[in-house]
Design a protein around this ligand. Structure first.
Ligand code: PMP
Length: 401
């Protein structure tokens, strides 16, 4: 076996996907992008229903103006880490705004959401500590665990009893244990039972970090996420988030109820050994944060779209990743070919979604992930529903019993 033989599985998968689809379903090439909800793929204009642009802020006029103005005054990049020459007033101001939105003492901005998890988990937990993570967590959480050198234990996805048992077994070591969950899981669109998890971690004297990547901007009276929505900000210890979804930029953050978060930046390698986010990204993100905090209307619109799409998918007999409507609607299949067929038929109808297949999915499922955006029009939603209905009509055996 030689060095490159390990790629034979990927070679086979790429060949089979290429054979069965006219447009690459993974890493689909976008010829052009026109707005938060429209692009050209394979020479054809499509509605975007496979992004994380939940509020549609990538094209917001104020966010764009802020980015342009920052480029004009501060240039395109910082060329340095926050620990060296890349610590601009904009980075510090954004951290200040994030911390004060939550009423917490400290916030740290990272260059991506991926690095926010790597940098936070590896700074908070080390040898002798335990990370107790939901088994279906994002790769950045699992990779952060590896970087930390802490003992890592997985508990069953969204299973508070399993978490409880594992903490019980840890006994006194619970006080050196950080429980890590996401609030909204981006693949199936399901939500963590946060209230139960908080009760369990408190009872055992453990700590809790919630990754709000897909719920920041989307839930809560001020868009701070599902912890705010469920009135749990006084109970959760740390929150990680990203700028790359509802905020429409790139970057990430960690916030904490504990002032020691501030010192993480002195030890966190994914924070120290990488360039800080460029000025236009920081300026646009800061502007987007202001929009999020006042974004009731956008959230109400997104929630209306979610109710409508979930309602129709249920009526059509599709199997969904969760029953609770939200910004992600996952149509689940046991067979990869069935998922690919729906993905292709939606694209043929002018709707771009995400095809997700094992090993990137939980429980070996294949799925078509439909993501919604406040920027989609009612007509866009009608077209998405019509395309789903046309596919359901053609399905053999029929979907609905
Ligand atoms: N956490 C979760 C739960 C995510 O889904 C993602 C991205 N999909 C990240 C972190 C990483 O965020 P980013 O893309 O900003 O690096």
């Amino acid at each position: 076996m030689s060095l490159l033989d390990k790629f034979s599985v990927q070679r086979g998968l790429a060949a089979s996907l290429a054979e069965n689809s006219r447009v690459a379903p993974i890493a689909t090439p976008m010829d052009d992008v026109h707005s938060a909800t429209s692009a050209t793929i394979n020479g054809r204009r499509v509605i975007l229903a496979g992004t994380n642009n939940y509020l549609g802020l990538t094209y917001d006029a104020d966010c764009r103006a802020a980015a342009i103005s920052a480029i004009e005054s501060l240039g395109t990049g910082t060329t340095g880490s926050r620990m060296a020459s890349g610590n601009y007033a904009g980075h510090r101001a954004l951290e200040h705004s994030l911390a004060s939105a939550f009423g917490w003492p400290a916030a740290i901005v990272f260059s991506t959401g991926y690095q926010a998890n790597l940098g936070t988990l590896s700074a908070l937990a080390g040898e002798g500590d335990t990370l107790l993570v939901d088994a279906d967590s994002h790769a950045s959480i699992h990779d952060g665990c590896r970087l930390s050198h802490a003992t890592t234990i997985r508990f069953r996805h969204n299973d508070p009893e399993n978490l409880d048992r594992r903490l019980e077994r840890l006994g006194e070591a619970a006080s050196r244990t950080l429980v890590v969950v996401e609030s909204l899981y981006s693949t199936l669109g399901d939500r963590a039972p946060l209230r139960e998890i908080v009760e369990i971690k408190k009872r055992h004297g453990a700590w809790l970090l919630v990754d709000e990547a897909h719920s920041f901007g989307v839930f809560g009276p001020r868009g701070l996420g599902l912890c705010e929505d469920q009135d749990l900000l006084g109970e959760v210890d740390f929150i990680v988030g990203t700028f790359s979804k509802s905020l429409g930029g790139v970057g990430g953050f960690c916030l904490g109820r504990h002032a020691e978060v501030e010192f993480m930046r002195m030890v966190s390698r994914p924070y120290i050994f990488t360039a800080s986010p460029p000025p236009p990204v920081i300026a646009a993100t800061h502007q987007a944060l202001r929009k999020v905090l006042q974004g009731h209307d956008l959230r109400a619109r997104l929630s209306r779209h979610a109710e409508r799409v979930y309602g129709e998918l249920n009526k059509l007999g599709f199997r969904l990743g969760t029953t609770t409507p939200g910004p992600v609607a996952a149509v689940v299949f046991d067979s990869r070919d069935d998922a690919l067929a729906l993905w292709q038929s939606l694209l043929d109808a002018g709707i771009y979604t995400n095809l997700m297949i094992p090993p990137a999915t939980p429980s070996g499922l294949s799925l078509v992930r439909i993501s919604l955006s406040a920027a989609q029009s009612d007509d866009d939603i009608a077209q998405i529903i019509a395309a789903l209905a046309a596919h359901a009509r053609r399905a053999r055996p029929p979907l609905a019993a």
